[in-house]
Each structure stands twice: as structure tokens, then as C-alpha cells.
Design a protein around this ligand. Structure first.
Ligand SMILES: Nc1ncnc2c1ncn2[C@@H]1O[C@H](COP(=O)(O)OP(=O)(O)OP(=O)(O)O)[C@@H](O)[C@H]1O
Length: 591
């Protein structure tokens, strides 16, 4: 079971859930099953009519005696193809509609779970759930429901037809069809269930390792670790191959046993028929019809054992999708959210405590913070002090484990998280730059923004000169994760995006991370200018330029250890002064 699954509250039955997902198209599903039955029935009728035609022709009757059989053979031959085509069309239509619906549901759920609720999943494994597991759901309809329903209808019809000719033979046929169409598929499914789960898990592991190896290709080369990474991919791939082979073996064994059951049954029917001919209770022509009808009836069941084994993978895939759909919400949404507060916004945090896992360590313990309109507060402290956790709490990616956070006097948890994120926003620690144009990356914050507004935000983030220097200007493609931009340009683009969104409380999380000192200093100066008069929470461990900040709160191991202005904090010994001295270009001095 995955980490995500283990946190799941309730377990739904995967195939039942998938069937229920087809509810809106159940009419088409029934039509596909009827068309499948018609295809098989036409196949059985074709062979039965052919048997009649050949046997009767051998008796040299007049042509008129054969006319109806000839017409039937032609009609059944043609209609079988037409029915098959329509059945495929309808069954795939159902499968793709359900597949599209499941994809939308899983994507919506991911959007709600991200980022806090997705941490238990590796990105490659998530990709595998989104692609392979969702793809495998179509087998339930194309190889499961429709063939089973068709086999039941057509098989029942064949047994009934044979019963008219010779009852014991019909009984034998019914037993053979039950063995090939019910017993063997049930055994195959039971054998394949564990293999199906392991195959889906192994596919997720391969995907996770490949995505990891590709995303970290530069680091792997730099540290000469590419062979180890490739070996890990090969190992995961070998496991997937072994599991797939096990699944294929079960499928092949099921198919072989189904053929054996069909062969034995047809022989038994033939022997019973021959005995009946010798007794005089059955004519020679009906014997041919009986034997060929029995043979054709197995067309309906021959694929079922392999399909049942294949469905074990579908079941495992659907279970992995349910792990995501049923994962608990990272934050509790209020049943009836309070109306969003009107800006200007006052945010107060009192005695706030936070932890990432129930019963886990407190990463914030007793935080008090006031963010009043127009006030700029900087949250500083060593790495791991809990600074970004404050941002996660304010953005409702995480609910407090204690204490209160209020927006204009109302508890933050009374608002829907989407509403909160419309008022509180900014620039995350690791902003994502999309593989799109500069314009589209910026418009993400406000799709309706005019060119003038885009230019204004870019100018305030000091990005405009760079954009205007590009041959394609605003239409320049920046590459995956902004690969064609420098670190500073990426940060400025993220800042421009935040300025364009214009949230009532702007949170800037480490806006100067990974930049060299002159670039960081220039960016800090720019963002301080851009945020003048705005309610801003600046999270940083870079202490340059904080002279203009109204209040600096120093966090250490989840506790506030100091607060004041830059001048006040520098005037007395403490963590701030130590950090400030450490941030000097020459050395880290002890206070
Ligand atoms: N998703 C998470 N699950 C579990 N623990 C987490 C998670 N995110 C952060 N932590 C832990 O919470 C503590 C505070 O992390 P946080 O990211 O808030 O620190 P920070 O002060 O922002 O650090 P940095 O300056 O390095 O970004 C750390 O001990 C960290 O390991």
C-alpha cells in the first residue's frame, strides 16, 4: 500500500466505483452489450446455418430446399461484421467517455490536494496514475462488461437452440460454457489479482525513477552518478517485466484452458449427437447443426479467462486512482464558508502551532504575528526555522495544530481555501515558470490583464527592459521551467506575476534565493519599492535591505526569538545580529 493509500479514510471497491462512473452512459453500455451479443449470435447462427447447408447439400435436394439457408448464411455473414463494427464503436465510445471523466475527476482532486496532500507521492508515480492507470480503466468496458454480457446472452441462446435438437447435448454445452466462461475467468482473476497489483505498483516505480533520472540528469552527470541511476531504472524495469510476464502467463494459461474446455465439450456434444443419430432420435443434418453451433458458442467465452486476468490490472489501476480521489483533504473545508472578507485585510496570528503529520513534531510553536494594512513584515531565521510553514498556514495549504489565525476578525478556517488564495498570494519559494511565452506566464496571474497592465507589472519588477530586448519580446518562449532565462529573470517574472495578481496580502517567500549578491541586492531594492504601501510578508534569510521593513520577526526552531526593526535588532545581541554578521560578504563573526 502506498503512503497515500495508507492515509485514505475509506476504501471503495475499485471496479464497482468504475462501473458507477459509467452511470451517465449506461444506455450506451447496454447497447454495446446487446450489439456484442448480436455479433456473437450472428457468428453462432452463421456456423449453424453453414452446417445445415453443407449437410443438406450432401443429400442432393432441389435448389429451393437450400435457398433459405443460403440467404441466412449471406445475411448472417454480413450482419456479423456490421454488428462487430457497431459494438466496437459503442463500447469504445463508453470507455473513452468514462476515461475522460475519470481524468477530469483525478485532475480536480490533484488541484485540491496540491501541494501539501501530494507529498507522499513521487511525481513519476503520480504521472503513472494519471496516464497508465487511467488508461487501463477502458479494459473494464471493452474487455470486461460488454464481452461478459454478450457471452451470457449469446451462450444462453446457443444452449436454448441446441436444446431443441438434443437436450443432453445442450446440457453438456451449458456445462462447458460455464467452465470456460465463468469458472476459468474466476480462477484467472484470482490468480492474477496479486500480479495485477504488483504490476501497477512496478509501473509506477519505473515511471518515478525515469522522471527522477531525467529531472536530475545534470546533477547525476555532475556527481558521476548516472550509471547508478540507470541501474536503478533497469532494476525497476526488470521488476515490471517479471510482474508483466507473470500476468501474461496467467492470461495464456486461462486462454489455453478455455480452448481445452471448448474442444472437450464439442467432442462430447458430437459423441452424444452421433449416439442420438444411431438411436434414430436425431437426423444427420441436425447433427451437423448441433456440432457447429456448439463449436461457435465458444467464440463468446474464449477471450473471457484472459480478459479476467487483464481486469486484475484494471482493478489495481482503479484502486490506485481511488487512492488519489479518496486521499483526505490536507485542510478541512468549511461546510458553509463565510463570505470573503473585504480588503483592506488585517491578519492576526495568535499562539499558532503547526505540524505536518498528526502526532509529528511541532514546526511552529506559539507564533504571534500581526499583518495590518500597508504594513511590511519580514520573517527571518535560519533554514528550517519554520518560515515557509507560516506561508503555508496563511495560504491554507496546512491547518494550524493550535492557536488562531483570523482575517478581519474571522477565523481563517471559516473561509473556503480558494477564497483565501484570492486574497492572499504572492511568490512561492520555488516559483514554477511554464514552458510558454513570457506573456502567457505573466497572464497566469490575471488572464484578462491588458498589455499596459502587463507592462506595468513587468516594469515594477524591473523585467521590462529584458523583455523588450528579446527579438520576440513578449512572445518569447522561455522553455521548460524557464530554462532560457537566468535565475534573476525567473525570480523577476515570478515577482511581476505576484504584482499583477495584486493580492490583499502579498507573501514573498525567499525572492532572492539562489541569486548572487549584487543581483539579490538589486532585486530586494526593487521589490521593496514595488511593495511600498502594500501589506507584505517577506520571508527571507537574506538580511540586506531590511532597514525599510516595519517589523522583523526572528524565528528559530519554530519559536519567535526576537522582533523589532532592523536598527533595534542590530542594537542588541541576539540571533538577528549573528545572522546579519554572518551575511556579511567576508565572514561569519561570533557576536
Ligand atoms: N511537508 C513537510 N512535511 C514534513 N515536514 C516538513 C514539511 N515541510 C517542512 N517541514 C519541516 O518543517 C520545518 C520547517 O520548515 P520550513 O520550510 O517552514 O522552514 P524554513 O524556515 O522556511 O526553511 P528554509 O529557509 O530552508 O526554506 C523543517 O524542520 C522542515 O523539515
Amino acid at each position: 500500500m502506498t503512503a497515500l493509500a495508507s492515509t485514505s479514510v475509506r476504501r471503495r471497491r475499485p471496479l464497482m466505483w468504475l462501473l458507477a462512473a459509467a452511470g451517465p452512459v449506461r444506455g450506451r453500455l447496454v447497447l454495446a452489450a446487446v450489439l456484442g451479443a448480436a455479433t456473437t449470435a450472428a457468428g453462432i447462427g452463421l456456423l449453424g446455418a453453414s452446417g445445415f447447408l453443407i449437410a443438406r447439400a450432401a443429400e442432393h435436394p432441389g435448389v429451393t430446399a437450400l435457398t433459405i439457408a443460403v440467404v441466412m448464411v449471406r445475411a448472417l455473414g454480413v450482419s456479423r461484421g456490421v454488428f462487430r463494427y457497431l459494438e466496437r464503436l459503442t463500447a469504445h465510445d463508453v470507455a473513452f467517455r468514462v476515461l475522460g471523466d475519470v481524468r477530469v475527476r483525478i485532475y480536480r482532486r490533484l488541484a485540491r490536494l496540491a501541494p501539501a496532500g501530494l507529498r507522499p507521492l513521487r511525481s513519476g508515480d503520480l504521472l503513472s496514475r494519471l496516464v497508465s492507470d487511467v488508461d487501463s480503466t477502458q479494459d473494464l468496458f471493452v474487455r470486461g462488461v460488454v464481452p461478459v454480457a454478450a457471452a451470457a446472452l449469446a451462450g444462453g441462446g446457443a444452449v436454448a437452440a441446441c436444446a431443441f435438437l438434443l437436450a443432453p447435448a445442450a446440457g453438456m454445452l451449458a456445462v462447458g460454457l460455464l467452465v470456460a466462461g465463468a469458472l476459468l475467468p474466476a480462477l484467472s482473476a484470482a490468480r492474477a489479482r496479486a500480479a495485477g497489483r504488483r504490476t501497477a505498483r512496478a509501473r509506477g516505480a519505473v515511471s518515478a525513477r525515469v522522471v527522477d533520472a531525467l529531472a536530475g540528469a545534470a546533477e547525476l552527470h555532475a556527481f558521476g552518478a548516472q550509471d547508478r541511476a540507470l541501474a536503478a531504472v533497469a532494476e525497476a524495469d526488470a521488476e515490471l517485466t517479471a510482474q508483466s510476464r507473470r500476468g501474461a502467463l496467467v492470461q495464456a494459461a486461462g486462454a489455453a484452458l478455455a480452448s481445452l474446455a471448448a474442444g472437450l465439450t464439442v467432442w462430447a456434444v458430437l459423441l452424444l449427437g452421433v449416439a442420438a443419430v444411431e438411436d434414430g432420435t436425431l437426423g444427420r443434418v441436425p447433427l451437423a447443426v448441433l456440432a457447429l453451433t456448439a463449436l461457435a458458442a465458444f467464440e463468446a467465452t474464449s477471450a473471457l479467462p484472459a480478459a479476467a486476468a487483464q481486469l486484475a490490472e484494471t482493478r489495481a489501476g482503479a484502486a490506485r486512482i481511488l487512492d488519489v480521489l479518496d486521499a483526505p483533504d490536507p485542510v478541512a473545508e468549511p461546510p458553509s464558508p463565510a463570505p470573503p472578507p473585504e480588503p483592506p485585510l488585517t491578519v492576526r496570528m495568535r499562539g499558532v502551532r503547526a505540524r505536518y503529520t498528526p502526532g509529528g513534531p511541532l514546526v511552529l510553536d506559539g507564533l504571534d504575528l500581526d499583518l495590518t494594512p500597508g504594513k511590511r513584515v519580514a520573517l527571518v531565521g535560519p533554514s528550517g526555522a519554520g518560515k515557509s510553514t507560516v506561508a503555508a498556514l496563511l495560504l491554507r495549504f496546512l491547518d494550524p495544530a493550535g492557536g488562531t489565525i483570523t482575517l478581519n476578525g474571522t477565523d481563517l478556517t471559516a473561509f473556503a481555501s480558494d477564497q483565501v488564495r484570492r486574497l492572499i498570494g504572492g511568490c512561492p519559494q520555488d516559483p514554477h515558470i511554464f514552458d510558454a511565452t513570457v506573456r502567457d506566464n505573466l497572464k497566469l496571474a490575471r488572464p484578462q490583464a491588458s498589455d499596459a497592465e502587463l507592462a506595468d507589472a513587468a516594469a515594477r519588477a524591473r523585467l521590462l527592459p529584458w523583455i523588450e530586448s528579446l527579438p520576440d519580446g513578449w512572445d518569447t518562449h522561455v522553455g521548460a521551467r524557464g530554462a532560457r532565462m537566468s535565475g534573476g529573470e525567473r525570480r523577476r517574472l515570478a515577482l511581476a506575476r505576484a504584482l499583477l495578481a495584486d493580492p490583499a496580502l502579498m507573501i514573498l517567500d525567499e525572492p532572492t534565493a539562489h541569486l548572487d549578491r549584487p543581483t539579490a541586492a538589486a532585486l530586494t531594492a526593487d521589490l521593496l519599492r514595488a511593495t511600498q504601501g502594500r501589506t507584505t510578508l517577506l520571508i527571507t534569510h537574506d538580511l540586506t535591505g531590511l532597514e525599510e521593513i516595519d517589523e522583523i520577526v526572528v524565528l528559530d526552531a519554530g519559536h519567535v526569538v526576537q522582533r523589532g526593526t532592523h536598527a533595534e535588532l542590530l542594537a542588541r545581541p541576539g540571533l538577528y545580529r549573528t545572522l546579519w554578521r554572518c551575511s556579511a560578504p567576508d565572514a561569519c563573526a561570533v557576536p
